[in-house]
Design a protein around this ligand. Structure first.
Ligand code: FES
Length: 101
């Protein structure tokens, strides 16, 4: 059953960055785009790199290994809107970030 789990404080995810967190059996990237937070699967579907360790440009994260680009808002590939990776509901309460998995 899906439920919200605390994954980080807002301070831990600075604007323009992402972090990788483990929730249940999922590895999830949590990103801060100008104060708005988003959560997508952190495992690149190409060869498994951590997307959160790549560079974030606005809402686009580039995989650090071979350059595939995803929207952190939707998880979709940036180039053609095909579904890329899963995205997850996220909420912020009292400066704490929760992700629903
Ligand atoms: S592992 Fe992400 S593009 Fe290759």
């Amino acid at each position: 059953m899906a439920e919200f789990t605390r994954v980080a404080s807002c301070e831990e995810v600075q604007p323009g960055t992402g972090i990788s967190v483990q929730v249940k059996d999922r590895t999830i990237g949590v990103f801060n785009v100008e104060g708005e937070y988003y959560a997508i699967d952190d495992i690149c579907p190409h060869m498994g790199a951590s997307l959160a360790s790549g560079p974030l440009n606005q809402d686009l994260i580039m995989c650090p290994w071979h350059g595939w680009v995803f929207s952190v808002k939707t998880g979709c590939f940036a180039v053609d809107d095909r579904s890329g990776v899963d995205s997850f509901p996220l909420k912020v309460e009292n400066d704490e970030i929760f992700v629903e998995v």
